[in-house]
Each structure stands twice: as structure tokens, then as C-alpha cells.
Design a protein around this ligand. Structure first.
Ligand code: 5GP
Ligand code: MN
Length: 335
């Protein structure tokens, strides 16, 4: 993989570009993809943004979001753009498996693939150019670096600013995680200078749910949370029937995994959800416990040091038992 700076001189020549993010995109995946999309469009490129799956309603306010293609829903259309693409940017994921049913297609694609990501242990072998930097707060920050680094800081307008702000704010936990560096705050200052209204973005992301989601969170915290004080860990496990009962949709469970970390002494929290099609796991930690390694070792996953995900082919009950065994095994690192 050649360094990303090598594409900067090539940006001047218009190309057919596809931008891809990870499945069930969060605000950073969608924000970085749309932010880059707007920037490349302004430079004269023909840009198509594709998501491997659908996405949460609370992302739909983002400028350009209505034009994003859902690969699962419009596969033929998406494949036409992929076949014609000269450049395919892959944003906010480290392994092709994170693009779900697109992975096999991407592996064979003749287009030049470019990685921009901040997760650990990227599959660099698939990419001609790229940057993987785990010290970066978000992929959105990395898109801002690309725009400024390639000499186009003046191209950052209100739309780009809104997309990138949403991504960096979301991936830094509203600027509380260590990734919220001085550089991140300087970037936000520059985004504000474009006329960005950050208050509206916080409202779109956090104050825009339906009643059922809040009632579901109340129920999950009351009835589905177990605390393992001897291991400083907590687990919320959600059976499929809860998702049906509360009419839970894509994105509604985002953030739920963080609640147990607000309990004194709890250093690691897990959320295990039976999504019917698969068991999805989320892990979060505070301080020195590495959930990236934990997710890799026990749950076919990965991510960041303090935030990672994974999956399981077992039943919900078996997955919960495996989780409990795993935290027992890791109890000394959790003290
Ligand atoms: P979440 O728990 O919000 O799904 O994911 C937390 C972090 O881990 C995100 O940065 C996400 O991209 C990453 N992640 C989630 N699931 C997986 C997975 O199955 N494999 C890998 N490699 N990363 C994941
Ligand atoms: Mn991210």
C-alpha cells in the first residue's frame, strides 16, 4: 500500500469514483464518505457513494445521504458503478468482511482501491494506496487531513463541514475520548468558520428518536443487564423478541453499550444482541483493557483499543456463556 499523499497530484484529473463504508454505517462512516464525496465532486470527479447495508434514520439529514446506494437493496445499480469505477475509496473499515456481501466483489474488482481508516490491523494487501492511523479520532478527521494536505482547504464548505463534524463528534463521544486532540479542536474551529451550526447536528444525532427506543433502553437497563463486579465488567444481552416487541430499527441500539460504563468501577461493557440473522457483539472499555484483542480472540471481531465489535454463530445463551467464561479468563487484566 503506497502512502495516501501519492494520490494528491492525481486528484486534479477527473475520475469515476466510488466511495464505500462499512455495513450498518455509523455517523463517522457516513459522514466521512459524504464529506469526501462532496469534496471530490467539487473537484470535478464523478462520485457515487455506496453503503453495504441500510443505515439509521438519524443519519438521513446529512447532505447527500438520499443519493447513497444501499448495496443490499440495489445491488445491480451499485455493481454498474463499481464496474465503471477507476478509484474505489474504502472508508472507516479495516477488513473487507466489514462490507458484508460486497466483500467478494471488492476482492476481484480491477479498480484502484484506496483505504482511509483508523482501526487496528488493516488488511493493507487489498489496497494500492492508503492510510491507516489508529491515533486518529475518526475517519472524518482523516478526510479533513486529506483535503487540507492536498492543498484544498478553501474547498471546505458548510455541507462538508456538517458531514465531517458529525463523524468526529460521534467517534470521540462528543469530544470526550483521548482521540479528541488539539488538532481535532482546531479542525472543528475551521469547520465552524464555514458557518457550521453544530447544535443542530447534536440534536439530529441525539434528540431525534421515537418513544419506543427510549422505552426499550429503560427496559434493557432494568431487565437485561448483568453486572459482574468481581471482574469489573457488565453485559447487556438482548433477545430477538425484545427487538420485535419494541419495534427496534437499524441504529436504535447505538450507544446502549456505553451505559454500564457509567457505574463506578466498571471497566468493560458488552452488548450482545440476537439480530435473528446473526448475534452481534459490541465491546467498550475505559482505560487499559484492550477490547480490540478481546473481540478478535473470542468473537471474530476487532476495532479499536477501547471500542470494538464482533459476532457469533452460537445461540444468544451460548454466546453469553462464552462471554462470561472470557471475562473470567481476563479477570486479572480487568482489575
Ligand atoms: P460497534 O460496537 O459500534 O458495532 O463497533 C465498535 C467499533 O468496532 C467500530 O469502530 C466498528 O467499526 C468496529 N467493529 C464492529 N464490529 C466489528 C467486527 O465484526 N469486526 C471488526 N474488525 N471491527 C468491528
Ligand atoms: Mn470511525
Amino acid at each position: 500500500m503506497k502512502v495516501i499523499q501519492e494520490i494528491y497530484p492525481l486528484l486534479a484529473e477527473p475520475k469515476k469514483v466510488v466511495i464505500i463504508m462499512h455495513q450498518k454505517p455509523d455517523a463517522d462512516a457516513m459522514g466521512s464518505s459524504l464529506g469526501l464525496g462532496h469534496f471530490l465532486t467539487r473537484l470535478g470527479h464523478q462520485v457515487t457513494v455506496i453503503s453495504p447495508t441500510n443505515w439509521a434514520d438519524w443519519l438521513k439529514w446529512m447532505p447527500g445521504c438520499q443519493a447513497v446506494i444501499d448495496y443490499e437493496y440495489s445491488q445491480e445499480k451499485a455493481n454498474t458503478f463499481l464496474a465503471a469505477a477507476e478509484w474505489v475509496f474504502c472508508l472507516d473499515f479495516n477488513t473487507l468482511a466489514r462490507t458484508r456481501s460486497m466483500a467478494s466483489k471488492l476482492r476481484k474488482l480491477p479498480a484502484i482501491k484506496i483505504l482511509i481508516d483508523h482501526h487496528q490491523q488493516p488488511e493493507s494487501e487489498h489496497f494500492a494506496y492508503g492510510i491507516s492511523d489508529t491515533l486518529k479520532s475518526s475517519t472524518s478527521e482523516m478526510i479533513y487531513d486529506l483535503i487540507v494536505g492536498s492543498g484544498h482547504a478553501d474547498r471546505v464548505d458548510k455541507d462538508i463541514a456538517a458531514c465531517l463534524y458529525a463523524g468526529v463528534m460521534s467517534d470521540t463521544g462528543s469530544f470526550r475520548f483521548p482521540g479528541a486532540s488539539a488538532g481535532v479542536h482546531r479542525m472543528v474551529a475551521a469547520l465552524k468558520d464555514t458557518g457550521l451550526n453544530h447544535t443542530i447536528i447534536h440534536e439530529e444525532l441525539f434528540d431525534n428518536f421515537l418513544e419506543n427506543r427510549l422505552r426499550f433502553i429503560g427496559y434493557a437497563l432494568q431487565s437485561r443487564m448483568d453486572i459482574f463486579y468481581e471482574h469489573n465488567a457488565a453485559l447487556i444481552s438482548i433477545p430477538w423478541k425484545d427487538l420485535v416487541r419494541y419495534e427496534i430499527r437499524t441504529g436504535d441500539t447505538e450507544g446502549l453499550v456505553n451505559y454500564p460504563l457509567s457505574i463506578q468501577g466498571i471497566k468493560m461493557a458488552a452488548l450482545i444482541i440476537d439480530r435473528d440473522e446473526e448475534i452481534k457483539c459490541s465491546f467498550r472499555s475505559k482505560g487499559g483493557f484492550d477490547v480490540n484483542s478481546f473481540a478478535r480472540k473470542y468473537f471474530e471481531g476487532g476495532g479499536h483499543f477501547n471500542a470494538a465489535g464482533g459476532r457469533s454463530n452460537d445461540s444468544l445463551e451460548q454466546t453469553v456463556q462464552r462471554f462470561i467464561a472470557a471475562i473470567k479468563e481476563n479477570s486479572s487484566q480487568l482489575q
